[in-house]
Design a protein. Structure first.
Length: 180
């Protein structure tokens, strides 16, 4: 009988230890932020946090938005960035012996004068209450995109110039017809 009790206690202790060791460890980027990637000079990183939102989807979207906004802030000191969060929570449980409802609302509006194209969410970590998102923007990709925009702008200017000249030529022809 003592052997069964000892075996049960050993198995229970092993189960508790296994349960404790299986908890996922927080990634370094959560506590260090972009500093976790000091050696990577080719990318900008932003970390976003959303907490106290029961809806996993809203938590994830909010954290993603905040991570991208962090990159936007890094792009330019003069960047105008506005983030407005509104969270309301009313919670009454049966334990309080009062009838009630649970209501959580989250609205996030993000504006930045920098348009962030190419920023990607590359990692997330969620513990059920807090969601962290890690966004990355490759500087070389950003440079390529900027060059393409400049080329497109130059092409657009040439197109407009050529078509404007054609339009003036047509106008001159019409004026000459009227003047004859």
């Amino acid at each position: 009988m003592k052997g069964i009790v000892k075996l049960s206690m050993v198995l229970a202790l092993a189960g508790v230890m296994a349960g404790c060791s299986s908890a996922p460890k927080k990634p370094d980027w959560i506590t260090k932020g972009p500093a976790a990637f000091k050696s990577d000079k080719k990318s900008l990183y932003g970390v976003g946090l959303a907490e106290n939102i029961k809806s996993e989807a809203l938590r994830r979207t909010t954290a993603d938005n905040r991570a991208v906004a962090e990159i936007s802030k890094q792009l330019s000191v003069m960047s105008t960035s506005l983030m407005r969060d509104y969270m309301a929570s009313a919670d009454a449980t049966e334990q309080d012996k009062s009838s009630g409802e649970q209501y959580v609302e989250n609205t996030v509006k993000t504006f930045a004068s920098n348009t962030i194209t190419g920023a990607k969410i590359i990692d997330r970590w969620d513990d059920g209450k807090k969601t962290y998102s890690l966004a990355s923007l490759n500087v070389d990709d950003l440079k390529d995109l900027t060059d393409k925009i400049r080329q497109l702008s130059a092409q657009a200017r040439e197109y407009i110039k050529a078509n404007a000249e054609k339009a003036f030529d047509k106008l001159e022809v019409e004026q000459n017809k009227q003047g004859r």
